[in-house]
Design a protein around this ligand. Structure first.
Ligand code: GCU
Length: 677
């Protein structure tokens, strides 16, 4: 049955003339298995080519016409003899080339290191999976970002914070002795898109994960992942020296605390020799941190960095800081706390910044920290799990959202200073670079809670490898590998996916509105909700609607958050004449009859957009219904059922939001809008 377990690695048979052409070029496989990474590379090629071509090519030692030769100059004498230029490919890069080898037409997949050859093997398989020619290949690829990491918000009791795909896939209870086969499939899927790190536990961390019992379990996972080039990281609770170390303080300047972390790091590296490092959420949403002792984020990060440095580990220190006190504007806090610390972090610290300054909203302007800390490597944090975008049932492809952020221009060093260039280190010349994605993976058979949410995992990995890829081309690859290579099917589904995020913005938070979700669950609409533990979660905090108007004034007459951007950006966003309409109410408070670009007054435009979002979902349902013959019935039925849920809920978002805002504005409903019965 098609249950989605295979993700984009389905390897179903290629048919027709294309299959014959592939078989000509794949007559045998020359690949070693002396090292673990070589062994998994060979196994993947045998599995993939076997599935795609109907039979795995025979293994061979010598070149022949149609040989596929995989390896490094070290592992493969044939590759060494070719004298290929591999210098600039680094550790993870590879080349795939059609060559003449000992007089035979062959294909080489070559790299400096075994892991590069594994990435190359997945790329080669992808060419076949997506129906490309493999005749005259000359591919050179190296990742633009060094650390490409998943963040699991998984608790030790199996619950996944903001997880919508079942329980955690880590079976802590049965680890380390039982290594579920699924762990290797997880590693295969991640390696296929270049992910090379995984933080196993929630940022709201339990210190217990740093105790010997859990380190043994984490080490077992690291053993499974190692051949696939994936390192294990852990979220560290800042107060761990107190909770599991018996100390009275976690003050970063206390010598005993420093010794405790040094010893802890040594212990970890004895258990997991290639441990990646720590991810830390500190002094945010009630988590402990250095500020509890009057110290800075830099003091805290450097404490852990010094402990990890002798072993080559990295600290990923999060800039998502929300204090409990009522802020004049939550959007400003990270910049205010971190910019003054630029240059004070150790070399093995990265500051991990969410894409926007509020919290993974359907649309946010890029975070003002990007470009504003030239002396600190900044890591991107995207959220793959759709906490604010309808969980697993709403079909929302996130590629366009991430692309929008990565291509945004910070103007930090003049025009063209895109967020992508901050992240890949080229803007400020950093060699330590990284991207994190909050995973949407759980124990559901299909891993992500829905078939289409697999695309978000896939897109994240591809963008972490190359932040300048287009989200459309990524979607196209994914559809071909996941569903079908039929060109018209692909075009239809890709179009549907590409508009899906804008549709969610429309029915949830149009025109720059944000954080109108029900507090705590963040699923349905709740612009009226106060409550929740935090004082900023009052009914009007984010949208500031009154009888006179709506929107959060972040210009000089309001919170002036806009001043955190580089001057050209601040001018653009801060001026009603130039602010992109999608950010209108993010930066400005305007009257209900404000004239929008369509000519409609704001109130009418809001209603128009809510309705447009619902209509788009209705359209997706129809489109999908029309594809019933092109998708296996199992997956077709589930997607169809989820789209029906999405339509119902999009309508609820629209009607509830309009009713609520109408109660404030007192305006009549625009003509043509039919209120719910
Ligand atoms: C959001 C999310 C929390 C999470 C937090 C974070 O606020 O709702 O569940 O802990 O982000 O990123 O730390």
């Amino acid at each position: 049955a098609e249950d989605g377990y295979d993700l984009w690695l389905r390897y179903r048979p290629v048919e027709g003339v294309r299959a014959d052409a592939y078989r000509m070029r794949v007559s045998r496989l020359v690949a070693g298995d002396a090292m673990p990474t070589q062994a998994v590379t060979r196994a993947e090629l045998l599995r993939g080519l076997g599935g795609l071509l109907g039979a795995a090519p025979p293994l061979s030692e010598a070149a022949a016409d149609g040989a596929v030769v995989v390896g490094t100059p070290m592992s493969s004498p044939s590759i060494a003899r070719l004298g290929l230029e591999l210098g600039d490919l680094g550790r993870d890069g590879y080349l795939i080339r059609s060559v003449t080898l000992d007089g035979h037409a062959a294909t080489v997949i070559a790299a400096n290191e075994d892991i590069g050859a594994l990435y190359g093997a997945f790329h080669f398989l992808r060419l076949l999976q997506t129906g490309q020619s493999i005749e005259r290949l000359d591919v050179r690829e190296a990742p633009r970002v060094k650390l490409r990491v998943l963040n699991h918000w998984d608790n030790l009791d199996g619950h996944v914070e903001r997880g919508y795909a079942g329980a955690s896939i880590w079976d802590w209870h049965k680890l380390p002795d039982w290594r579920a086969p699924r762990y290797a499939d997880y590693a295969r899927a991640n390696a296929s898109i270049g992910i090379n790190g995984t933080v196993l536990n929630n940022v709201n961390a339990d210190a217990l994960v740093l105790t010997p019992m859990y380190l043994e379990k984490a080490a077992a996972l690291a053993d499974v992942f190692r051949p696939y080039g994936i390192r294990v990281y852990l979220s560290a609770r800042f107060s761990a020296p107190i909770e599991i170390g018996g100390l009275e303080t976690a003050d970063p300047l206390d010598p005993q605390v420093q010794r405790w972390w040094r010893d802890k790091a040594e212990e970890i590296y004895r258990t997991i020799p290639d441990f990646g490092g720590f991810l830390v959420k500190a002094n945010s949403e009630g988590q402990p941190g250095p500020q509890d002792y009057g110290r800075s984020h830099a003091d805290g990060a450097n404490l852990l960095a010094d402990a990890l440095a002798p072993h080559g580990g990295t600290v990923m220190w999060r800039a998502f800081v929300y204090s409990d006190e009522e802020p004049d504007d939550r959007a400003k806090q990270a910049y205010s706390e971190f910019v003054p610390l630029d240059g004070e972090f150790r070399d093995n610290v990265m500051v991990q910044v969410k894409n926007g300054a509020i919290d993974f909203q359907p649309r946010e302007p890029f975070h003002p920290l990007f470009g504003a800390m030239p002396d600190t490597p900044l890591m991107m944090e995207f959220q793959i799990t759709k906490e604010y975008l309808g969980f697993a049932t709403h079909l929302v492809y996130l590629g366009p959202m991430w692309e929008e952020v990565l291509r945004a221009d910070t103007h930090a060093r003049g025009e063209g200073s895109t967020v992508a260039k901050v992240i890949d280190g080229s803007l400020h010349d950093h060699r330590l670079t990284g991207m994190a994605g909050v995973a949407n993976i759980g124990s559901d058979r299909n891993w992500s809670g829905s078939h289409f949410d697999q695309a978000n995992w896939y897109a994240y990995g591809r963008l972490a490898w190359d932040p300048e890829l287009s989200s459309r081309s990524i979607a196209e690859q994914w559809v071909r590998m996941t569903f079908s290579g039929d060109d018209s099917f692909v075009a239809t589904v890709v179009d549907m996916m590409m508009g899906s995020r804008e549709a969610a913005v429309d029915y949830m938070t149009p025109l720059g509105l944000h954080h109108l979700m029900g507090s705590n669950h963040h699923y349905g609409p709740g612009p009226w909700l106060g409550g929740g533990p935090r004082t900023d979660w009052t009914s009007v905090y984010y949208h500031r609607a009154t009888r006179a108007g709506i929107g959060f004034d972040r210009t000089a007459s309001g919170s002036n958050a806009v001043a955190q951007y580089a001057p050209p950006v601040a001018r653009e966003f801060g001026d009603l004449e130039t602010v992109p309409e999608e950010f209108l109410l993010w930066f400005h408070h305007v009257p209900w009859d404000y004239r929008t670009q369509s000519g409609r007054p704001l109130w009418d435009e809001l209603v128009h957009r809510y309705t447009r979002g619902v209509d788009y979902v209705r359209g997706m349902r129809e489109t999908w219904r029309g594809l019933a013959g092109d998708v296996d019935p199992e997956r077709h039925a589930q997607v169809a059922a989820f789209l029906a849920i999405q339509e119902k809920e999009a309508q609820r978002w629209r009607d509830a939001s309009i009713a609520y805002f109408q109660g404030i504005s007192g305006l009549p409903l625009p003509e043509g809008y039919a209120p719910p019965p």
